[in-house]
Design a protein around this ligand. Structure first.
Ligand code: VGL
Ligand code: ZN
Length: 208
């Protein structure tokens, strides 16, 4: 049983958003096109309180892009983004949401960031997505969305780690690329863990 995991296709990660991912909006038709090929679709939503520790603005003398120690974990500081209830946190209007069975929110705890849709960055708490997918009989996951080098990467690594045969659909993802090469390094790291990286036309041609 296959599931599609759609990560963080939210206004703030798209052009003109607070943490805009280059070409982030270009994946939307690609994702919409994949949706009819899956029986189970879940989505992940970055969902921060305004006082979140990953926001540079919540630390004196810090700028987005700086790296700090946040309660014992290395933390990249970000612009204020995906604040609970804000327009920026909403899913992009053109994403087809009709078949999304469940949304798993992450990043609510101000003391720790959460890139993966399964666990926070310290693996202290689960969102319940892994348990849900296992309950539904899922054995294979396909990960799409934003951002390749953060949410997609950590979601795919956790998915593979907890026993799902995991595929990332590369053209249905875009990355932050804070440093040149981040996206390619993320893909390499995922491949190194046994995750498949494929393109959607290839997947649709071979049949799902
Ligand atoms: C993400 C940066 C900040 C992500 C979330 O989920 O990709 N990236 N917050
Ligand atoms: Zn975030």
């Amino acid at each position: 049983m296959k599931a599609l995991i759609i990560t963080d296709i939210q206004n703030d990660f798209c052009p003109r958003g607070a943490l805009a991912v280059n070409e982030g909006d270009q994946i939307i038709p690609v994702v919409n096109n994949l949706i009819p090929h899956f029986n189970l679709i879940v989505a992940v939503q970055d969902w921060h309180p305004a006082n979140h520790g990953s926001f540079a603005a919540n630390h004196p003398n810090q700028q987005p892009g700086n790296i700090i120690d946040l309660n014992g974990l290395q933390q990249v500081l970000w612009p204020i983004h995906c604040v609970q209830g804000s327009q920026g946190a909403e899913y992009v209007a053109t994403l087809n949401k009709d078949k999304i069975e469940r949304v798993f929110q992450k990043g609510q705890d101000p003391s720790i960031d959460s890139y993966s849709g399964f666990f926070d960055n310290g693996r202290r708490n689960s969102t319940g997505m892994g348990e849900y997918l296992k309950e539904k009989g899922v054995t294979e996951t396909y990960v799409v969305g934003l951002a390749t080098d953060y949410c997609v990467k950590y979601t795919a690594l956790d998915s593979q780690d907890i026993g799902f045969s995991t595929t990332v659909i590369e053209d249905a993802c875009r990355g932050v690329e804070q440093n040149p090469g981040d996206i390619e390094r993320a893909l390499e790291e995922m491949r190194g863990k046994g995750i498949n990286v494929i393109q959607s036309p290839e997947l649709l041609n071979t049949g799902l």
